[in-house]
Design a protein around this ligand. Structure first.
Ligand code: SUD
Ligand code: ADP
Length: 281
């Protein structure tokens, strides 16, 4: 068997709005949120060769030792579903902060599902791939497709939305991890809100008016620095600001890269926070 090697760039996401509508009997939550991919990428190299087993080398030490890593789990699911026995080696360079509300693990997993499946001759059809994605996490199906979407259900029911706004985002992460499960568990009925998905968002002002995240109260109560980050991003000239997903990353909406770069420089110098200027994809 010829050795086959491919590199995947797995993008981060932000939630431009996130409404939690209800808690389900299984503990998961019904959501209505806009998911937007952005230009910050993990780099994943997949090598398929003769043999068996799945190996992972990762530049982030806590994620390095394998079995629980979403990329290893995604590989295993594809091999099982395809009933194939080959050796898979994965090399993962993490540029997306971990447990930060940016969906890095979910994106890595979707990248493996799509690419490893293709490398094996596409034995798994797209509807099955969607099911495997959902087994790995509520956010994973989103990363199998290209659109900016309204995501409903637990995050798996996807409808495209047109965001016709010209903007860049400044991502700021203060370096405190937030557990997604703990944030959802901390929600009370008062945190829930409804939303009416619109088909199109016209400009930056419309976009900024929609910014809303029902997970902020719980995340900020466990990590008050998130509120401090939000205030600082606004002080640096953002037209809108919001925590992404379950946090702790905050994003600011800017009209252009120049203004966002200046804000990033200032926040890095003054607070030592991780800052990255990205564009919507
Ligand atoms: C909050 C969001 C917003 O996009 O993103 P992140 O902050 O993780 O990036 C997602 O809903 C996170 O999705 P994901 O991280 O894939 O979730 P999973 O691994 O399936 O579940 C992690 C935990 O979150 C809870 N969970 C997740 C999704 C959902 N709709 N309701 C929930 O209550 C589950 O109970 C589980 O304990
Ligand atoms: N490839 C991966 N990249 C990042 N996190 C991973 C990965 N595989 C497993 N994880 C675990 O998944 C959890 C969520 O990670 P991540 O997707 O980065 O954050 P979030 O769900 O906040 O967007 C982390 O606690 C991490 O230990």
């Amino acid at each position: 068997m010829k050795v086959n090697c491919q590199t995947v760039y797995a993008p981060a996401k932000v939630n431009l709005c996130l409404h939690v509508e209800a808690r389900r009997d299984d503990g998961y939550h019904e959501l209505c949120m806009i998911m937007q991919k952005v230009s910050l990428y993990d780099e994943l190299t997949i090598t398929v060769s003769e043999g068996e087993g799945i190996g992972l080398v990762c530049d982030q030490v806590p994620l390095a030792d394998g079995e629980d890593n979403l990329v290893v789990r995604a590989s295993r699911l594809i091999l099982e579903e395809a009933k194939r026995s080959v050796r898979v080696d994965l090399r993962l360079v993490k540029n997306i902060p971990v447990a930060a509300g940016l969906g890095g693990g979910s994106s890595d997993a979707a990248g493996v599902l799509l690419t490893l499946n293709r490398m094996l001759g596409t034995p798994v059809a797209l509807p099955q791939l969607h099911e495997l994605a959902l087994q790995l996490g509520a956010d994973v199906p989103f990363f199998l497709q290209d659109d900016t979407v309204w995501a409903r259900g637990v995050g798996e029911r996807l409808t495209p939305v047109c965001v016709a706004a010209d903007y860049v985002l400044l991502l700021v992460n203060p370096g405190v991890p937030v557990s997604t499960a703990a944030v959802y568990q901390g929600l009370t009925q008062d945190d829930f809100s409804c939303c009416e998905p619109v088909a199109r968002i016209e400009g930056r002002q419309d976009l900024c008016r929609m910014l809303h995240n029902d997970l902020e109260r719980v995340a900020i109560s466990s990590q008050p620095v998130i509120e401090e980050v939000k205030k600082n991003v606004v002080c640096c000239g953002a037209e809108g600001v919001l925590m992404s997903g379950s946090g702790a990353t905050v994003f600011g909406v800017f009209a252009n890269k120049n203004n966002a770069d200046k804000a990033a420089e200032k926040l890095r110098c003054q607070h030592g926070w991780w800052c990255e200027v990205v564009s919507p994809l």
